[in-house]
Write a protein that binds this ligand. Structure first.
Ligand SMILES: [Zn+2]
Length: 450
């Protein structure tokens, strides 16, 4: 058989690594995988690792509308993220009805560099009637929150509405994902500390002790048990939350959990020293808890790693230098999650390349039914990251396109660098520049309806 292209290199498959392998591509799909040479245009990546393109299920392209799909997906492509799932809490309007969803899909098809699936959400009250319609228009999954960031855009959905949503979603088989933090405790402690003029950097973490996250997750899993909903806990920051998820999994509840690269690579000291650039929700945790997260990751208790990418206007972030509560929460990440996690998982901890691929791509594709993505396998889209596993580099902000400083990583040393990003067989980023136009990326429709 004559292939359009043949990629040669160290190929990371689901359960094995071909040290010298060949991937045959036709019409943007992986058609053959072999240890013997294949016929076609050879692209030689000998000495480099060919990994499945990363899937980041937690990206906010429109929390700051100045960013949007063109910019965010460019960062994704440069960072080896070939597919992401965009969060629904957009400014000015959240994706809680089909009119807004359809507009977002048009924007996506016009501006995206990578393939993108979309989260839907529901209004604080009386929104569950939109669930089926949003699914029919192609959302991949639903996101809700137990914490109120904004009453309209990012509300705390009351428990009776959560139950209603879970009951509907249980029927469809689609996953419901939750930001789990206890609104009352966090709001109460924040008010108290501000009144006491305790607005130092660590005050942010002091208003969100571990139980604000773990107790909210516990409640949601108990709701899932009784409604039969499939749920996903986003951005878990603390090992206690992972332990509870493990317990519920063992009891038969259909729950998955994600952590973010920040909760594995940074700790409370970074928040203390840096302030706003290291402020996120939930907050960074003490070093021993970060170690606890790594233990769970090694034991397979964490399903996937996301970035929770968000780029705020630097002027807004800077307000937090006077008073940490004044800074918006969240960090960029879609451009750096792959190289930073490759360094942490593969270079520093010597964990298998397959484990890296599962955490960064395969498990997300399976959990959210993202078809033909997430692994290098016959019939799947030819979405790859090419990494030089030996190249060492120092974190210099100027080498990144992200519009806001990733200060916590400044001057740190890493090993393993992205050389190329390939989507559906085409190079989209060649290690220096983007080589496709906006619009190359496509909307990925949600799972087939049950
Ligand atoms: Zn988020």
């Amino acid at each position: 058989m004559q292939f359009d292209k043949v990629f040669k290199g160290t190929i990371v498959l689901e359960d094995e690594v071909l040290e010298k392998g060949y991937i045959g591509i036709k019409d943007g799909k992986t058609v053959e995988i072999s240890v013997d040479p294949l016929e076609g245009d050879l692209i030689d990546f000998t000495g480099k690792v060919i990994l499945p393109g990363a899937i980041d299920v937690h990206v906010h392209s429109f929390s700051n509308p100045e960013e949007g799909f063109a910019q965010t997906s460019k960062l994704a492509a440069r960072g080896g993220v070939t597919t992401f799932v965009d969060m629904p809490y957009d400014l000015p309007n959240p994706v809680n009805n089909t009119g807004i969803l359809k507009e977002k899909i048009i924007d996506l098809e016009k501006n995206a560099y990578v393939d993108i699936a979309l989260w839907g959400t529901i209004a604080k009250r009386n929104g569950t009637g939109e669930i089926q319609k949003l699914m029919d228009e192609g959302v991949t999954s639903f996101k809700m929150s137990t914490f109120e960031t904004d009453a309209y855009r990012f509300p705390k959905v009351p428990n009776d509405e959560i139950i209603k949503a879970m009951e509907i979603l249980a029927e469809t088989g689609i996953v419901a994902a939750f930001h789990s933090e206890d609104d009352e405790i966090v709001k109460g402690l924040s008010k108290q500390l501000e009144e006491e003029n305790k607005t130092h950097n660590l005050a942010h973490a002091e208003t969100r002790p571990p139980y604000t996250e773990s107790a909210a997750a516990l409640m949601l899993m108990e709701f899932a048990k009784w409604t039969g909903a499939k749920i996903h806990i986003v951005h878990a920051s603390h090992p206690r939350t992972i332990e509870l998820v493990k317990l519920f999994k063992e009891m038969g509840t259909d729950v998955s959990v994600e952590t973010c690269y920040t909760y594995l690579l940074l700790d409370e000291e970074d928040l203390k020293e840096q302030g706003p650039p290291a402020k996120m929700n939930p907050p960074l945790r003490p070093k021993e808890d970060v170690e606890g997260m790594w233990e769970h990751l090694k034991q397979g208790n964490i399903d996937m790693i996301s970035s929770d990418h968000i780029v705020w206007d630097i002027k807004d972030k800077e307000k937090g230098y006077e008073n940490i509560f004044k800074s918006p929460s969240g960090l960029p990440g879609v451009e750096v999650i792959v190289p930073l996690m490759f360094d942490a998982i593969v270079s520093k901890r010597n964990m298998p390349l397959n484990t890296f691929a599962k955490l960064m791509a395969t498990n997300a594709a399976e959990r959210f039914s993202i078809k033909n993505k997430g692994k290098i396998a016959k019939g799947h889209d030819a979405d790859f990251i090419i990494i030089d596993p030996d190249e060492e580099w120092t974190f210099v902000q100027e080498n990144f396109e992200t519009n806001i400083d990733l200060l916590p990583f400044k001057d740190r040393q890493f090993k393993g660098r992205i050389k190329e990003t390939i989507i559906r067989g085409e190079t989209v980023y060649d290690g220096r520049d983007m080589v496709v136009d906006p619009g190359y990326g496509h909307f990925i429709e949600g799972p087939e309806k049950k």
